[in-house]
Design a protein around this ligand. Structure first.
Ligand code: AMP
Ligand code: MG
Length: 340
């Protein structure tokens, strides 16, 4: 398949490009597009055949349900049974934005989109290109991260091209994603609101609105979680990753002992000078924690480019999105953690 390429200028697509991409989506094709979290692999969420292409292209396990992207609370209401007051309250505050709500689905949502669950994941993205596509299509877009399953999510146009060139009808390049980490998935169908996946809406932000919210970090827990997608290996670059935990001096000492010239080392700016060997990638500064999340997947993909043979990483649990950052790193490492 020949992939068409489109470029975003000032957060917008040209009228003509928007019309072409809308047509592709209307005819059941896949279009990768930017969102404020990560790039999405978009398809008509109401069309089982279009949905099946997402699973085939990504090689995504069939029991991992998709998120429906809509343009408003009104549009979300079309696909759920009831919209409880708590959902209204959260949506009024956090939409458009990186919060996905799990609600009871209605019969318009195909079982293929929800992996046969009776619930559906739904959110309103804030990226103007995502909103303009949804509005032009007037159907929800299923849009899981635009990467091959198991690999790091895509947060820049070249990441998408690396994974999906020749496999999708179009790629819309909107440059670097603003957040760089997926949405927070919040289950509103359980008795107590429960975070199933930490993401770019922080636990603290949620607690300000729903103080009883539950979050248990299950990224290293082998038990099957309620969010089917959370049980799979994710976000992994080619080389195996090991997390090294401890005080900065002990961690750097340990890493300097184990590392060789082909080792990739992921650290924060404040510790970069401590590493004596290997290929060091600086994730960002702990004083500007938004850098840590926005650079995470790009850094993992850069290790592939550097052809490192193993990766040792610090445990960057800083800032408001720390749960999301460490969740992704722990999953990328497949739970391999050593104490310095
Ligand atoms: P992504 O591939 O980043 O779009 O991931 C979607 C996430 O939302 C995965 O972790 C899914 O397991 C989760 N998800 C989607 N639909 C549901 C649902 N109905 N119930 C629970 N989790 C869901
Ligand atoms: Mg994903």
């Amino acid at each position: 398949m020949k992939t068409k390429h489109y470029t975003v200028h000032n957060q917008k697509l040209s009228k003509q490009d928007l019309a072409t991409c809308t047509k592709l989506l209307q005819s059941g094709e896949l279009v990768a597009f930017p969102t404020e979290t990560v790039y999405g692999l978009g398809a008509n969420a109401l069309d089982p055949f279009a949905i099946s292409k997402i699973f085939t292209v990504k090689n995504r396990p069939m029991d991992n349900p998709l998120i429906l992207h809509v343009n408003s609370i009104e549009m979300a209401k079309r696909y759920v049974i009831g919209f409880p007051p708590i959902a209204l309250k959260l949506a009024a505050i956090f939409w458009p934005g990186p919060l996905t709500l799990i609600l009871q689905k209605n019969e318009l949502v195909p079982d293929e989109a929800t992996a046969n669950l009776s619930t559906v994941a739904i959110r309103v993205p804030s990226h103007p290109v995502a909103i303009s596509l949804i509005t032009a299509c007037d159907f929800p877009l299923a849009a899981p991260s635009a990467n091959l399953s198991g690999k790091p999510s895509t947060t820049d146009g070249w990441h998408v091209q690396d994974d999906l060139e020749g496999l999708v009808s179009a790629i819309i390049d909107g440059g670097k994603s603003a957040f760089g980490i997926e949405s927070t998935v919040l289950d509103l169908t359980s008795k107590i609101p429960t975070v199933l996946r930490p993401g770019s809406t922080s636990i603290r932000q949620l607690e300000m609105v729903i103080p009883n919210v539950i979050f248990k970090n299950k990224s290293t827990n082998k038990e099957i979680t309620k969010s089917p997608g959370m049980k799979y290996t994710h976000y992994s670059p080619k080389a195996p990753i090991t997390i090294v935990k401890g005080t900065p001096l002990k961690v750097s000492k340990k890493i300097n002992e184990i590392a060789n010239e082909q080792t990739g080392i992921l650290c924060i700016k404040e510790h970069a000078h401590l590493y004596k060997k290997g290929q060091v990638i600086v994730l960002g500064s702990k004083n500007e924690p938004s850098q840590l999340s926005s650079n995470l997947f790009d850094s993992l993909r850069m290790f592939d480019k550097l052809k490192v043979t193993n990766i040792l990483t610090e445990y960057p649990d800083y800032g408001d999105l720390k749960e999301a950052i460490v969740n992704r790193i722990e999953k990328a490492a497949g739970g391999k953690i050593i104490k310095a």
